[in-house]
Design a protein around this ligand. Structure first.
Ligand SMILES: [Zn+2]
Length: 406
């Protein structure tokens, strides 16, 4: 038997499963293991001798008591998460905080169509409140053919059509790795066509030219995975894709670039930024050199994006096998994992975090330098004191491995 002893002396029976460790049983009951010290009965000696570690496997014949050491009302907290509503496809939760400090979990049951309509309205509000798009705008959209950018295309097209505004969307697929004839590419092309959006596939040669490379970027990424710099591969991939989109935007006379980053992406980035000291741009719009990056999906969690996509296309996105570098580095995975936990415990936290972040972000516009190789804008990071070498860290890395043509 495993019980929780609260600070008022109340004893609560915890649900356990055979083979559970103490930590697993506490988590099963939504109790953070760090909030208790667990003692077991039947041990000779003082109370201190009865302490058992988190990894101890529960013996059904022994009584265990988790003593709450934190001062908060854990039983009250747990009530926030109690729900057995399965009346709809999706129950949207928001943690409501009132000015007097009162907490309430708001739950809105939605069928698939209503969930999709909700996503569209959140994106409309994000665009309007963040002044992301205006009349006569031309925006370049990085379209990989996956669920995020595919949904963003549909949502931007829906926005354009709903308001009949003069908005030109230029979708561009950067063919960095996948075959030009892959299913994903084909889907990107058809999606753009169906929504009246011009679509262009940017051949790998595009990146070779922008970065002055002596071999294809796909080859470089594969090579990189075999070096000690493997953990930079994903960063190189993202940086080169963004820079290629910028150069394409120049070609099209556009200054705005729309990215399909959603709530989880951005929360993970913020957690990284807060813990490392690296400055990241504001949300849902950030300027990087002469470009404005707009993030219309900032307030749309990944799961809602999937529901939207499923409703609009009638199928779930194909689960693609991640590239070798997508599970690297480990800390990136960890930040995503934390970001999902955060959203579960505090649904709606993004509104608070992104707003506070935008508020505290220093004026960044004067703190850019242009990379002498790729032309990309580099933010001067306050925590880095190294001399400016003239090139961005990606170009420096590419050069170090001998992949940049002089
Ligand atoms: Zn560069």
């Amino acid at each position: 038997m495993f019980s929780l002893l609260d600070r008022r002396g109340g004893l609560h029976t915890l649900i356990t499963q055979p083979g559970d460790t103490l930590a697993a049983a506490l988590l099963r009951n939504a109790i953070p293991p760090t909030s208790v010290v667990v003692l077991q009965d039947g041990v000779a000696g003082s109370e201190a001798d009865q302490i058992v570690p988190d990894g101890h496997v529960i013996d059904p014949a022994i009584n265990y008591t988790a003593r709450l050491i934190e001062g908060y009302d854990i039983v009250g907290m747990l009530k926030l998460y109690e729900s057995r509503d399965s009346s709809a496809t999706y129950v949207r939760r928001r943690l409501g905080l009132s000015p007097n400090g009162h907490l309430r979990m708001e739950r809105t049951p939605l069928d698939l169509a209503a969930a999709a309509e909700h996503v569209e309205s959140v994106v409309r509000d994000t665009i309007a409140e963040g002044s992301l798009l205006g009349k006569g705008d031309r925006v370049v959209l990085g379209l990989s053919g996956g669920v995020d950018s595919g949904s963003l295309l549909m949502l931007l097209a829906a926005y354009r059509d709903a308001f009949g505004i003069d908005l030109t969307i230029d979708a561009a697929t950067f063919q960095d790795f996948d075959s030009k004839w892959s299913e994903t590419f084909d889907f990107a092309r058809r999606l753009a066509e169906r929504h009246g959006v011009e679509h262009r596939v940017l051949e790998p040669g595009y990146a070779e030219e922008v970065f002055h490379l002596n071999r294809p970027i796909a080859q470089i990424l594969m090579h990189l995975m075999e070096t000690d710099d493997a953990h930079f591969a994903m960063y190189v991939d993202h940086h080169s894709t963004r820079r290629v989109l910028e150069v394409y935007a120049d070609e099209r006379g556009a200054r705005k670039i729309a990215l399909g980053l959603h709530t989880t992406d951005l929360l993970a980035g913020l957690l990284n930024s807060y813990t490392s000291g690296f400055d990241i741009g504001t949300i849902p719009m950030r300027s990087v050199g002469p470009y404005s990056y707009i993030l219309p999906l900032a307030f749309t969690p990944k799961r809602e994006l999937h529901l939207y996509y499923a409703h609009r296309t009638g199928h779930f996105p194909k689960q693609t096998v991640p590239n070798q570098w997508e599970f690297n580095p480990g800390d990136r995975n960890f930040f995503y994992y934390l970001a999902d936990h955060l959203q579960w415990h505090w649904p709606g936290i993004e509104t608070w975090m992104f707003t506070a972040h935008a508020h505290n972000a220093p004026k960044r516009t004067e703190r850019y330098r242009a990379c002498e190789n790729c032309g990309g804008s580099v933010v001067q990071q306050p925590i880095l004191t190294d001399e400016w070498s003239g090139v961005c860290d990606v170009c420096a890395l590419l050069d170090k491995h001998g992949w940049v043509d002089r």
